[in-house]
Design a protein around this ligand. Structure first.
Ligand code: ADP
Ligand code: ADP
Ligand code: MG
Length: 454
């Protein structure tokens, strides 16, 4: 059993992990950048260690400093949260070498699945449907042009090291390929240190449906149902829902089975997510696996009753999964709204600064995950997500009614935020009827914003 866990992250996910550890009787070590000295995760952990300057590469991405903090405080394990080092195979390997348990899959699995183009190849071998596209990475512009011609425009070129919605470019016609290819690989090189690109057919008007996976160290793999994460801006999720509304039961079953096959094919351990896109004809395609806990994990917890962070810790400790697939039952519906410090009217431009007033919602069916407090200064260097509001209802109508009520109670003053936008979005007919696709927000932005005047 772990005695002490270090959390190599910040913000709400660091709090979420600290809380799970406390409930399990495990001591916690927070790490923080100089900018985050006043952060809640520092105050809530049993111990804390400063690991460097504000810029992530000096602190939350600084492997040496994080390992030193773990060794210095005698931590048995490190939970990486999401973002930062959570999908860094080198970090997982160094943890292993230092006899500190990395709470996640092995370095080898991260290497295979974190490289998005290699993951594609592994899935092809495992007979999991992938989007038509390139075999491995694109050698050069010439190959990109030839391939796009044979699969048909539009195509999407994606950085094999990409994540967080970055490093992707849709190419609508041959004349745009040269510029798109060169710029995308340049961007990927500077953002991820790896300019390798691969290609997929651009599936128009799809839904994003993903399956939560848990695998233990003894080969047991189960899925905990799906989440609909179709509502996105800049390829990043904004609203998530479990289970996916209006989904065909046969498609659900086929996708769940494919997700388990995918995870088993790489001997997956710990929590992970298989992401798919689903086209209008219910064809589904694997797009990537996230080998970590995900932002939207709480909605799965709300409908299954399973604490995913505790499961991650137990699996890393070597416990056997306490559930079989048949034990997993979904009850009710859960919705999550990501609350970001950003301005929807100005292209979702992020906003830093001081939160002068703050009131979060409560009451029946409401869960809030946030590390914000009144007086907190949002630094400009990190992600713009400041809270997650999660609701649960016995059915979709109830979860939605509670969400609208909860968003209406929320007060955030001093910084731009997307609360009003989320309310408007949840009142659209499209949301109510489930008639939206991954570009809905971007293609209907004026309509959604316009609702406010009426
Ligand atoms: P999820 O798939 O869990 O919804 P997101 O794509 O929103 O996750 O990413 C979660 C967090 O991790 C965000 O803060 C995002 O910016 C960050 N992130 C994800 N992948 C990467 C990556 N490859 N490099 C840097 N940050 C990343
Ligand atoms: P990331 O690693 O940044 O999360 P993903 O590969 O998961 O990137 O893609 C993020 C989003 O981009 C998807 O949810 C979807 O909206 C869009 N997308 C990715 N690939 C395709 C595709 N082949 N066709 C259409 N949309 C895509
Ligand atoms: Mg993704």
């Amino acid at each position: 059993m772990f005695r002490k866990v270090l959390i190599a992250n910040r913000g709400e996910i660091a709090l979420r992990i600290i809380r799970a550890c406390r409930e399990m009787g495990i001591l916690t070590v927070a790490v923080y950048s100089q900018m985050d000295k006043e952060s809640l995760h520092v105050k809530l952990a049993d111990e804390s260690v400063c690991i460097g300057k504000a810029v992530p590469k000096d602190s939350y991405l600084n492997i040496e400093n994080i390992i030193s903090a773990a060794v210095g405080t005698g931590a048995d394990a490190i939970h990486p949260g999401f973002g930062f080092l959570s999908e860094n195979a080198k970090f997982a390997r160094i943890c292993e070498e230092c006899h500190i348990t990395f709470i996640g899959p092995t370095a080898e699995i991260i290497e295979n699945m974190g490289n998005k183009s290699r993951a594609r190849e592994l899935m092809i071998d495992a007979n999991v449907p992938v989007v038509p596209g390139s075999d491995g990475i694109l050698k050069d512009l010439d190959e990109a042009k030839k391939l796009a011609k044979s699969i048909g425009y539009p195509v999407i070129i994606k950085a094999t090291a990409g994540g967080g919605g970055r490093g992707m470019r849709i190419v609508w016609r041959a004349t745009e390929m040269e510029k798109a290819f060169l710029m995308a690989s340049q961007e990927a090189l500077s953002a991820f240190g790896d300019g390798s690109m691969y290609m997929e057919k651009y599936i128009q008007n799809p839904k994003h449906i993903e399956f939560q996976i848990l695998g233990d160290q003894y080969g047991n793999v189960i899925h905990l149902g799906e989440r609909d994460c179709t509502l996105q801006r800049r390829h990043q999720k904004m609203v998530e829902e479990a289970p996916a509304p209006y989904m065909d039961e046969n498609v659900r079953k086929a996708m769940g089975d494919a997700a388990v096959v995918a995870a088993k094919a790489v001997d997956y351990t710990n929590a992970g997510t298989i992401e798919f896109i689903v086209d209008k004809n219910n064809n589904f395609y694997f797009i990537e696996m996230n080998t970590r806990i995900q932002v939207e994990h709480p909605i799965t917890e709300m409908v299954t009753g399973i604490d995913l962070i505790k499961e991650q810790i137990k699996i890393a400790q070597g416990d056997k999964l306490a559930y079989t697939q048949d034990d997993i039952q979904m009850t009710g519906v859960s919705i999550e709204c990501r609350i970001n410090a950003e301005n929807p009217e100005k292209g979702f431009r992020p906003c830093a600064g001081k939160i002068t007033e703050l009131h979060f919602p409560g009451g029946r069916g409401v869960r809030v995950e946030s590390s914000m407090y009144a007086g907190y200064i949002i630094p400009p260097v990190y992600d713009s997500m400041i809270a997650k509001i999660i609701t649960w209802g016995k059915d979709r109508a109830e979860a939605l009614t509670i969400m609208r009520r909860a968003l209406g109670e929320t007060v955030i003053e001093g910084i731009d935020n997307n609360i009003e936008f989320q309310i408007d979005l949840l009142y659209t007919d499209a949301f109510e009827k489930g008639e939206y696709d991954t570009s809905y927000i971007e293609t209907h932005i004026d309509e959604i914003l316009g609702k406010r005047e009426v």
